[in-house]
Ligand binder design. Structure first.
Ligand code: GDP
Length: 364
């Protein structure tokens, strides 16, 4: 499950990506992060881990991680093969969600490919390339389905849906703006369209615009307005500052952010937003040795969660003891939570919640 970073040249993608790789994750846990230079693995910030580690007196804290993929090089005309066009588009096809970086900072020393700052034009330029690429694919699919539907009437409704997607794309709108039933959304998802992938817009601002979250930057306002039409989230970052922050130790980072009047770095906000955009949640395990966060897809059942820790745990799953993080943190210990009846015994069908503190019982 990866997020792909896209955007026009010179908007701050590599600066942001460098911040991500520098911030990094415990590399011992993620040996794959050194393999591909375009993939950055970064820890998912989770304050709950500190609290739990305090309760259990854990020696170590192990956050979970998320992957970002740097998809540099998308330019106007990519869908027609400009630049390395189609290659970049195929990279986007491989990621589950997109971080679209939009330049909202003024800096006469950094040239803009179109000569001036224009967030709306920039967003539309990139999205149009993705739309063209999707349109190409949908047209081929329509032709094929049209032929097949002559003998297979069950394809008629699919054909109708494909034509609706085509109409949307032809009016320069992303497929994710469509009003779809749950069933239709499943079908559209299976087509792996670029413009149906969930997106976060990262408004890259200058340092001065950080303290008020870009409220006084009219470029950010434009991004927010556009994002609203897609129900997409906007995260305000200053890539340059993020790159500086990512070189600091944890306590220095805190002081630095306080100086800027910020509770949280833009990168941390982006990581969290990306994690939930991917439909991922964390369950937690804790003990004297380590407190750790683990990633599962939202809707996963207890045995799958157990399988994240070890495949044997999934195979031999018997039951899980579960307490919500809020409950154990309020009560101050597992025993206190048990006394209040807040620790539940759950079976194979239990659907894991974000922040569940879990202990698995299994046969080996
Ligand atoms: P990319 O082509 O989108 O990957 O853009 P880069 O990350 O290479 O950035 C292009 C230029 O903009 C570089 O000179 C960066 O130092 C500069 N830059 C990136 N982010 C910021 C920012 O937040 N503020 C300012 N002033 N410059 C930035």
């Amino acid at each position: 499950m990866k997020l792909g970073i896209v955007g026009l040249p010179n908007v701050g993608k590599s600066t942001l990506f460098n911040a991500i790789t520098q911030a990094g994750a415990e590399s011992a846990n993620y040996p794959f992060c050194t393999i591909d230079p375009n993939i950055g693995v970064v820890s998912v910030p989770d304050k709950r881990l500190d609290v739990l580690a305090g309760i259990y007196g854990s020696e170590k804290i192990l956050p979970t991680a998320i992957e970002f993929c740097d998809i540099a090089g998308l330019v106007k005309g990519a869908s027609k093969g400009e630049g390395l066009g189609n290659k970049f588009l195929s990279h986007i096809r491989e990621v589950e969600s997109i971080v679209h970086v939009v330049r909202c900072f003024e800096d006469p020393n950094v040239v803009h490919v179109d000569g001036c700052i224009g967030p709306l034009r920039d967003i539309e330029t990139i999205n149009l390339e993705l739309i063209f690429s999707d349109l190409d694919m949908i047209e081929k699919r329509i032709q094929k389905t049209q032929k097949l539907s002559k003998s297979d009437k069950s394809l008629v409704s699919e054909l109708e849906l494909l034509n609706r997607i085509k109409d949307t794309l032809e009016s320069d709108k992303c497929a994710r703006t469509m009003d779809l039933s749950d069933d239709e959304a499943e079908i559209v998802k299976s087509l792996n369209l670029l413009t149906f992938k969930p997106v976060i817009y990262a408004a890259n601002v200058s340092e001065d615009d950080l303290a008020d979250d870009g409220e006084n930057n009219e470029n950010v306002a434009v991004v927010r307005e556009y994002a609203k039409t897609e129900d997409a989230e906007v995260v305000v970052v200053c890539a340059q500052i993020e790159a500086e922050i990512s070189e600091l130790e944890e306590d220095e980072k805190k002081a630095f952010l306080e100086d800027l009047g910020l509770a949280e770095s833009g990168l941390d906000k982006l990581i969290k937003a990306g994690y939930s955009l991917l439909g991922l949640i964390s369950f937690l395990t804790a003990g004297p040795k380590e407190t750790r966060a683990w990633t599962v897809k939202m809707g996963s059942k207890a045995p799958q969660a157990a399988g994240r820790i070890h495949t044997d745990f999934e195979r031999g799953f018997i039951r899980a003891e579960v307490v919500a993080f809020d409950d154990i943190s309020r009560e101050g210990s597992m025993n206190a939570a048990k006394d209040k009846g807040l620790v539940r015994v759950e079976g194979k069908e239990y659907i894991v919640n974000d922040g569940d503190v879990m202990l698995f019982r299994f046969n080996v």
